[in-house]
Design a protein around this ligand. Structure first.
Ligand SMILES: Nc1nc2c(ncn2[C@@H]2O[C@H](COP(=O)(O)OP(=O)(O)O)[C@@H](O)[C@H]2O)c(=O)[nH]1
Ligand SMILES: [Mg+2]
Length: 310
């Protein structure tokens, strides 16, 4: 477990190797995470989501510049399930963020669709742990907001930033995709284009109808990320949301809930794994065969299997 120790001492190469282990689902991962876990809990996680091409990567890139001025350690996880490898669009992101890759206080990693969808959100959560233990203060997760997987990923964030563009029809799509439910901060990027003000009014109206549990009123910010316009305001609102949650004890609650969810997930995965290991056994195989041939009712079959497992 030399790698973990090296990573905890600030070795970037060790961190990189550990991430690769997590991505490839190496058998040592549970042991690694066990060691890493006590060192976590300090990072603040910012999720950035929205339709493809909205300017999420450009925005994150700009945010990195601002947060670096605060002398913070930063991490980025760019999740793009539509990219078959860690190439494609995600590669473009890496090139765009290149100015930051030379900064030793910024760590950028891209995740493609390798593995199952569930695997993607799991890998993201595990990489967050590694970043956190490494001492990263702010972690940005960029993900395309189109499906359930992405919503799952973004749920781990402390602040969710939803990026939209002025094009008509967006608001309905946004609502359909469930993005309005999860937004802590709305950004209308490409505000240099027509329709930004109108969308802003529509969003503000929609927000005014929503009754939020915690009394946080979701701000709507206009940006032109490619020109760096409006970014300062985004930084301000992220900090304001962080303070708001800290003061109201909401972050603590979120962390507790996260730990519970994590526990249930690990527990059910472990149980599933143990069962499937046992199911490979001869005896169980025979029962499955009987069910296949219709000689045994599936309910009776399950009862029989259960009685052998527990
Ligand atoms: N006109 C305009 N283009 C932008 C703005 N922000 C980003 N872009 C461009 O939009 C394209 C997609 O941006 P990208 O950050 O890759 O979007 P992502 O898919 O959401 O990550 C790129 O060509 C950017 O240069 C903006 O504020 N205005
Ligand atoms: Mg992108």
């Amino acid at each position: 477990m030399e790698l973990v120790e090296r990573m905890l001492k600030g070795d970037r190469v060790a961190l990189s190797r550990l991430i690769t282990l997590v991505e490839s689902r190496h058998p040592s991962v549970p042991e690694v995470l066990k060691k890493v876990n006590p060192k976590t809990g300090n990072a603040y996680i910012i999720g950035v989501t929205g339709p493809p091409g909205a300017g999420k990567s450009t925005l994150v890139n700009e945010l990195l510049g601002f947060f670096r001025k605060k002398k913070k350690k930063l991490g980025v996880i760019a999740v793009d399930p539509s990219s078959p490898f860690t190439g494609g669009a995600v590669l473009g992101d890496r090139i765009r963020m290149q100015s930051h890759t030379l900064d030793e206080n910024i760590f950028i990693r891209s995740l493609g669709s390798r593995g199952s969808h569930g695997g993607l959100s799991r890998a993201t959560k595990e990489i967050i742990k590694l970043y956190d233990a490494f001492g990263i203060d702010y972690i940005f997760i960029e993900t395309v907001g189109v499906g359930q997987t992405e919503l799952d990923i973004i749920r781990v964030a402390d602040t969710v930033v939803v990026v939209l563009v002025p094009e008509a029809g967006d608001i309905i799509q946004t609502m359909k995709a469930g993005l309005t439910e999860i937004a802590d901060i709305f950004i209308i990027n490409k505000a240099d284009r027509e329709g930004a003000e109108r969308l802003s009014r529509e969003l503000k109206f929609m927000i005014s109808l929503k009754t939020s549990e915690d009394n946080w009123e979701t701000p709507v910010i206009l940006t032109s990320a490619h020109e760096g316009r409006g970014i300062e305001k985004v930084v301000e609102e992220i900090e304001r949301h962080k303070t708001f949650q800290t003061e109201k004890n909401l972050l603590k609650e979120k962390r507790e809930k996260k730990r519970e969810e994590e526990f249930s997930q690990i527990l059910s995965e472990t149980i599933e794994q143990r069962i499937s290991e046992k199911l490979k056994g001869e005896e169980i195989r025979r029962i499955v065969d009987m069910v296949r041939k219709g000689e045994l009712d599936p309910y009776e079959g399950v009862q029989l299997v259960a009685s052998k497992l527990f």
